[in-house]
Design a protein around this ligand. Structure first.
Ligand code: RB5
Length: 142
C-alpha cells in the first residue's frame, strides 16, 4: 500500500500521534500533514490539505482526526474524489471499506480511546472493497 496521509486538528492531535506511532511500528508508510501540536487550529485547514491530496490522486488513502470526526467528515466529503467515512466503531470501519470503498477514515479523538482506534485503523486498512453491486452504486454519485 502507498503511504497513508494523516491529518488532524488540536482535538485529534493525541490520537493522531498514537495512530502514527502505531502505523510506523508496524512498518506502514505514512506522511503526517499536521497539526503538529496541541495548540488550537482550524480543522478545515488540515482536512482540506489531506482531502485535496486524495482527490488529486497524490495519496490513495488518508486518516483524519478531529474532536468528534464530524467536521473533518464534512470537509473531506466536499472533494469529488473523496469518500470519507466517520468510523468510531468497528462495524462501520469494516462496512466503509466493503461497501463504500472509503478512501479516508475519520475518527473522533474525543469519542474513542486508543485501543479501539488501533483496531479500527487495522481493520480499515486490511478490509477490501467487495465491488460488484457496490461499485454500481458508487458510480451513481462518484
Ligand atoms: C474543536 O474544538 C472541534 O470543534 C473539532 O475538533 C471537531 O470536533 C469539529 O467537528
Amino acid at each position: 500500500m502507498r503511504p497513508i496521509a494523516l491529518g488532524c486538528d488540536h482535538a485529534g492531535y493525541d490520537l493522531k500521534e498514537f495512530v502514527k506511532n502505531h502505523l510506523l511500528s508496524t512498518d506502514r508508510e505514512i506522511e503526517d500533514f499536521g497539526t503538529y501540536g496541541p495548540e488550537s487550529v482550524d480543522y478545515p485547514d488540515y482536512g482540506m490539505r489531506v482531502a485535496g491530496m486524495i482527490d488529486r490522486g497524490e495519496y490513495e488513502r488518508g486518516i483524519l482526526i478531529c474532536g468528534t470526526g464530524l467536521g473533518m467528515s464534512m470537509v473531506a466529503n466536499r472533494f469529488p474524489g473523496v469518500r470519507a467515512a466517520l468510523c468510531n466503531d468497528l462495524f462501520s470501519a469494516i462496512m466503509s471499506r466493503r461497501h463504500n470503498d472509503a478512501n479516508i477514515l475519520v475518527m473522533g479523538g474525543r469519542v474513542i480511546g486508543t485501543e479501539l482506534a488501533k483496531q479500527i485503523v487495522e481493520t480499515w486498512i486490511d478490509t477490501r472493497f467487495e465491488g460488484g453491486r457496490h461499485r454500481t452504486r458508487l458510480e451513481k454519485f462518484c
